[in-house]
Design a binder for this molecule. Structure first.
Ligand SMILES: Cc1cc2nc3c(=O)[nH]c(=O)nc-3n(C[C@H](O)[C@H](O)[C@H](O)COP(=O)(O)O)c2cc1C
Length: 292
């Protein structure tokens, strides 16, 4: 995979499962990240081919829960993101999925306390052997480890999502590295892809919230109505037997942004207990609900 000139769906916990990734790709995303999965969890999984769905599932031994589901159609564009605090375990986890994905990414950016208190995510940026107050120097050190590309989110750990992403600081990293840098932060319209490319000097761009709110942000012709995108997401979730919690979470995020959870639709989504309930709600009863 070449990481130049790419539009990238960012990793998003409980959102970036197979149906959402396929949706974003259908609208034009070249690379689609899965949600962060913690290495401890992945090492407990075994790979199974799911004949009913035609998917490859990584299933947790004991609980039987599907930790990661992918399929052949996305093999050349899906990036698996690992949450880790330990290189040996991360490698073990990467080895489990590496044949079914195009790349493995290490999350070094998550500022949430769950990640940082476990020595993962943004905590990796302050590991004693990596301490350096200069982001560019740190990026150079990461480049030297042999990674093929580096995605940079232009916010500091203490910044909130509403604080503007600092595109000029991403530009400093781009100027200092020779590997491709994927710029991330505050892309909400198709035109923003070009704006961030110009501002940072890189050709690949990653988007999270803009895609969560309307996955058709990747369409060069402009966004489709979010209602249509949402229905297509529900359809795909049913086709791929997506986890109900993840499906509801994603729908809630979309509805919160465009409408309100207090209205009838939002309340019905909250009450839904299964994909069958969601199929009824969105008039998608004609899609067969395939269960594991
Ligand atoms: C709902 C949601 C879930 C996220 N989950 C992850 C994750 O699993 N791993 C990660 O590295 N970043 C995660 N992020 C951060 C995004 O990938 C991205 O870096 C950040 O939202 C900035 O991009 P944006 O301005 O396009 O939203 C998440 C963000 C959101 C909104």
């Amino acid at each position: 995979m070449e990481y130049r000139n790419k539009l990238v769906l960012a990793p998003m916990v409980r959102v970036g499962t197979l149906p959402f990734r396929l949706l974003a790709a259908e609208y034009g995303a070249d690379i689609t990240y899965g949600e962060e999965i913690i290495d401890h969890k992945l090492v407990k999984c075994e790979r199974r081919f799911n004949e009913k769905l035609g998917s490859v599932d990584f299933v947790e031994r004991g609980t039987g829960s599907v930790v990661f589901r992918t399929c052949d159609a996305e093999k050349n564009r899906v990036v698996f993101q690992i949450g880790t605090s330990n290189a040996v375990r991360a490698l073990k986890a990467a080895e489990i999925v590496c044949k079914d994905v195009t790349a493995v990414d290490i999350n070094m950016g998550c500022p949430k306390s769950f990640s940082v208190s476990g020595g993962m995510g943004a905590a990796l940026l302050t590991k004693p052997d990596l301490i350096h107050d200069d982001t560019v120097e740190l990026a150079r050190r990461i480049e030297k480890t042999g990674v093929t590309a580096l995605a940079v989110h232009g916010r500091k750990v203490e910044d909130r999502p509403r604080d503007p992403a600092k595109w000029s600081e991403i530009a400093d990293v781009v100027a200092s590295l020779s590997i491709p840098v994927i710029a991330n932060g505050d892309v909400f319209e198709y035109e923003d892809f070009q704006r961030i490319k110009v501002a940072t000097g890189t050709s690949s761009v990653m988007v999270a919230r803009g895609a969560l709110w309307n996955a058709s942000i990747f369409c060069p012709k402009g966004k489709l109505p979010w209602e249509d995108v949402k229905r297509e997401y529900v359809r795909k979730s049913i086709l791929w037997d997506n986890d109900i919690k993840s499906t509801k979470h994603t729908l809630r995020e979309m509805i919160t942004h465009h409408s309100s959870l207090e209205l009838a639709e939002g309340k019905a989504v909250i009450k839904s207990e299964s994909l069958i309930d969601l199929a009824r709600l969105y008039g998608a009863e004609n899609y067969e609900v395939v269960q594991n």
